[in-house]
Design a protein around this ligand. Structure first.
Ligand SMILES: [Zn+2]
Length: 437
C-alpha cells in the first residue's frame, strides 16, 4: 500500500541538504520543491524539523516503551500516567481529565485551539504478550503501530515545538485520549470536543504509521445487539411454544436479503450469534450482534430500520406459527424483542476547501510526499460529524497487521511522518511573527 518513492526522495533530499549545508543552525534541513510558505521556511520551523530528523530514534525508543505498557479497552490508566510524564516537559501544562484523557496545553497568542491527538487504547485484552521483539529492523508487538506510532509522534512533536522555540498563534493542545477502539466508542474524543467547545478549531488525530493517506472523511457505523426472549420449554412436550432462535432466524433470513448501494458504499455484518442451552430445549433467549457501516449517515439509518422491521416480522411470523400450533396466547406466552445500540460512530466529511486539508497538502508538497484521501473510522469521526475541521494521519514509518498479534513496525524513514505532522500543525496554528532584536 505504501509507496516507497517519496521516502527515498525524502532521504535523498535530506542527505543533499546536509551535505550542502554544513552549518545546520543557520540553514535548516529543508527539502527541495518546498512550497513558498513562510511558516514552513521560518528558521524556527527549520530548527524543529531538524530536531525531529536527529531524534527519530528517540521517538522509536519511546514507542517501544509505550507499547510495552498495557492499555486494554477501558484500562488505559497506566499508559496514560506514562504519557503524562512524557508530556510534562517543554513548558506544557499537563492534566488528566475525569475520563483519563491526558491533556497538555501550549499557550498561543489566541485562545483558539489546534488539537493534536493520539489514542491510548489498544484492542488487545489484559494478559496479551506485548513485549516488543526486534527482528531485522522491524519491531514486532501487538499495538506497536496502532497506536504506538501515534503516541510517540505526539510526544516527539511536543518536544520539537519546544526545541524550535516556536510561538504559535493558536493554542496547541496535545491529547493522549482514551476509548478510540471498539466499544470505547470514541468516548475520549467526545469528551475533548465537548470540553473545548467553540475554542476547538482543528483536530489532527495521529493513528498508525502510514504517510500515504489522509483520512478526511469519517466512516459512519452503528453496532446493534438484538435479543429475543421467550418462555422456553421442552422440545417434545412444549412443541409449538414460540422459539427465540426460530424467530431470530426468520427475521435474519429477511434482513440479509436487503439491498445495499455500492455508492455510497454500505455494508452489514451479523458477526455474533448466541442463544439456547441444549439441543432438546426450546431456548428462552437468542441474540445477535450486527455491524452496520456506510459512507452515508442516512443509509445507516435506513439499514437499521430494515433490521428492526425484519426482526419484528420474523417474531410476528413465529408467533403466527405458535398460534397455529395452539401454543401462543396461553398464559401470556409470547416473545420479547430488545434492540440495544452498542456503539455509534457518526459520519462526516471535510469540505474540499478546508484550511486543514490545504495545510496537509502544503506539508506533503514541501516534503515531496504523496498521499490520497481516505474514508475511515477514527477519532476524527466525532469532530467531522459536528462539521468541525479534522483529519487523521499516520505518524511515519511502515507497519502492517494492525489489530493482530503479528503487528509490526519499521521505523525506517519515520522522520518524514514526524515532519509532516509538525508542518500540518504549524500550517493551521500559524507562527507568531519574530520580534526584531
Ligand atoms: Zn488506531
Amino acid at each position: 500500500m505504501f509507496s516507497l518513492e517519496p521516502v527515498k526522495l525524502f532521504l535523498l533530499c535530506g542527505m543533499l541538504a546536509a551535505v550542502a549545508a554544513p552549518s545546520l543552525s543557520t540553514t535548516p534541513m529543508l527539502h527541495r520543491g518546498a512550497a513558498p510558505d513562510e511558516t514552513f521556511r521560518d528558521l524556527r520551523t527549520g530548527k524543529a524539523l531538524e530536531w525531529l530528523t536527529k531524534n527519530a530514534s528517540w521517538a522509536t525508543d519511546e514507542q517501544v516503551r509505550i507499547t510495552e505498557i498495557p492499555a486494554p479497552p477501558f484500562h488505559e490508566g497506566q499508559r496514560a500516567a506514562h504519557l503524562r510524564r512524557l508530556l510534562s516537559c517543554c513548558s506544557l501544562s499537563v492534566r488528566v481529565d475525569e475520563l483519563g484523557n491526558v491533556i497538555a496545553e501550549r499557550r498561543g497568542e489566541v485562545r483558539d485551539v489546534v488539537m493534536l491527538t493520539a489514542h491510548l487504547d489498544t484492542v488487545f485484552p489484559a494478559g496479551t504478550n506485548i513485549r516488543v521483539r526486534r527482528e531485522s529492523g522491524r519491531l514486532y508487538a501487538p499495538g506497536i503501530s496502532d497506536n504506538g506510532t501515534g503516541l510517540a509522534t505526539l510526544a516527539a512533536v511536543a518536544r520539537a515545538l519546544n526545541e524550535g522555540k516556536l510561538k504559535t498563534r493558536m493554542t496547541v493542545v496535545f491529547a493522549a485520549d482514551v476509548g478510540e477502539e471498539g466499544e470505547g466508542n470514541l468516548r475520549g474524543m467526545r469528551k475533548l470536543v465537548e470540553s473545548y467547545g467553540s475554542r476547538l478549531k482543528y483536530v489532527i488525530a495521529l493513528d498508525g504509521s502510514s504517510t500515504d493517506h489522509v483520512t478526511n472523511a469519517a466512516l459512519a457505523s452503528r453496532r446493534v445487539e438484538v435479543t429475543i426472549t421467550g418462555p422456553g420449554g421442552h422440545s417434545w412436550s412444549d412443541f409449538g411454544t414460540p422459539n427465540p432462535i426460530h424467530a431470530l432466524s426468520r427475521g435474519l433470513a429477511r434482513f440479509v436479503k436487503v439491498r445495499v448501494p455500492d455508492e455510497p458504499r454500505t455494508t452489514f455484518n451479523v458477526g455474533e450469534i448466541e442463544g439456547g442451552t441444549s439441543v432438546n430445549s426450546i431456548p428462552y433467549r437468542a441474540s445477535i450482534k450486527v455491524d452496520l457501516r456506510s459512507a452515508s449517515q442516512p443509509e445507516i439509518d435506513r439499514l437499521e430500520a430494515t433490521l428492526r422491521e425484519s426482526i419484528e416480522a420474523g417474531v410476528a411470523e413465529e408467533m403466527t406459527a405458535a398460534r397455529e400450533r395452539g401454543m401462543a396466547n396461553h398464559n401470556g406466552v409470547k416473545l420479547e424483542t430488545q434492540f440495544r445500540v452498542l456503539g455509534i460512530r457518526p459520519g462526516g466529511e471535510l469540505p474540499e476547501d478546508s484550511p486543514l486539508l490545504a495545510a496537509l497538502r502544503e506539508a506533503d508538497r514541501f516534503l515531496e510526499n504523496r498521499s490520497r484521501p481516505e474514508r475511515s473510522s477514527t477519532d476524527a469521526n466525532i469532530p467531522l460529524s459536528l462539521g468541525m475541521q479534522a483529519i487523521s494521519i499516520g505518524g511515519g514509518g511502515h507497519a502492517a497487521g494492525a489489530h493482530s498479534l503479528g503487528e509490526w513496525y519499521d521505523p525506517a524513514g519515520r522522520e518524514l511522518g514526524l515532519q509532516r505532522v509538525l508542518l500540518t500543525l504549524l500550517g493551521v496554528a500559524g507562527l507568531e511573527p519574530l520580534r526584531s532584536k
